[in-house]
Every structure is written in structure tokens, then in C-alpha cells.
Ligand binder design. Sequence first.
Ligand code: KIV
Length: 273
Amino acid sequence: MKRITAPDITAMKRGKMKIAVLTAYNFHIAKILDLAGIPVILVGDSAGMVEAGMDTTLQVTVDEVIYHTRSVVRAVRRSLVVADMPFGSYQVSVVEAKKNAVRLVKEGGAQAVKVEGGKKTCEAVKAVVDLDIPVMGHIGLTPQSVHKFGGYKVQGKGRAEAKDIIRDARLLEKAGAFAIVLECIPAALAREVTKAVSVPTIGIGAGPYCDGQVLVINDMLGLNAPADGSEQRPAMPRFVKKYADLYPVMTKAVCEFKEEVESGKFPSKEHCY
Ligand code: KIV
């Protein structure tokens, strides 16, 4: 079985093949994605929110991404594994960016890394690409900039902002990015960006004209518990499609176990030595 590489992903655009990308943070989910033929698995810093219950991705550390990446890499035989560079790991200096990208590859086993930001991140992108580490860009709604944006809001609605996003995509391509995530931008703008660059665009909340689509695995599997102190499950962004709703299934299983332990029904004879 041939391992998928970053150049293979770039070539999928030339071959007019749509690219399915999902996030994964642990061995078992990564195994499902790999066996299902998902070409790119992203170990996103979204782990901080969907796995660790953080409010934003900003507290996620390089060590934490390395831990998740190692778990994913152990499961994967075929998919390309891309590790997210967390907040603070590439913005402070190009030297830091290079050191942290090397750690994600050397200690995590990632085949590529992802960074957020356009023009201001290009120097770091080029430096990491020059180390022969493939880099995926990420523009539009970049969650690490949530405080600057004042929330998780659609980006690129005005023409000036839209022009900046197109410019950023071109700069990332020039810096050597092998693919670019477009998050939460109008579909028409995503189409313009997709036409403007030769590398694939991977949309999340960016409509159907991107070269590929990415979703956070917990969102698409319905693995989202109510937030602290609430009975209500959190509202999903409009762009999420739930392909399954596992939270109630898991809750039912756990409640059944509790009842059976309390009533003495479990363990029965078949579970005893
Ligand atoms: O961290 C993440 O999961 C991401 C995707 C949403 C693109 O950046």
C-alpha cells in the first residue's frame, strides 16, 4: 500500500480529484479514517476544544500536539498526517517556527505541518519548507486569531478583505505551501481563491468550489457533549454536517451499564471465568 505524500495531494488538484480531509487525535479514530481511505488526516489544535474542553485553541502546546500526532501516526498506514502548529509555536520567530516544525516531524512523526495566517506567516512557511517539511496554509477565519476577530466570524465579506485573502493565498503558494485551508469565507470568494492558486484549497465553511473539504471529526460524528453546567448540547456552526450522532448512543450505553451494575444484571455468567 503506497503512503500518500504532500506532492500527491497537490497533484490531486491537477487531476481534478476532490480531497476529503478529517481531523483525528487518537489511534482508533485515525485507524478508521486510514482504512476508509481518507487521504489527509489533520491532527488539529482543535483537539484543545473538542478533546480537552478548552474555550479556544490558544492554550494548546507543541507537546500536546506531539502526543496526539504520535497516537495518530501509530494507526496510519496510508493517509498523509499533517500536524497543526499551535499558537505561539511559529509566530514569535522564524527560528522557533523551524525548531517546532522539526519537533512535530521528529518527535510526532508527522509528514507535514499546518500554520495559520497569510502574509505575516509566509516567512515562517518558506523557512519550514526550506527544511523540506511540507506546509499546509490556513487563511480566512484562523481560530488562533479569535481575539483579534472578536469571535468566530465569517471573514472576507467586504471586497478589501476578500482581496487580502486572495493575496494571502498567492503568497502562501509562492512560499511553498502544498495546500491551503480556507475557513469560513463566502463560497464565491473561495471559488476565486481556488482559481487563483495552483495548490489545492481545502474548505471548511467555504462552500463547494474548493478542491477539498475538511471537518472536525467530533463535529461530524456528533461527539459533542453539553458545555459545563448545561443540559444543552452546543450549537454547531452552519457548515457542519453531522454524519452520525454518537453522543446519545454513547450516553445510552453508559446509562445501561450503570443500571445493570446496580441491578446485578452485569456481569452475567458469560462474562465470568
Ligand atoms: O484545528 C483544526 O482542526 C483545524 C481545522 C478546522 C482546519 O484547523
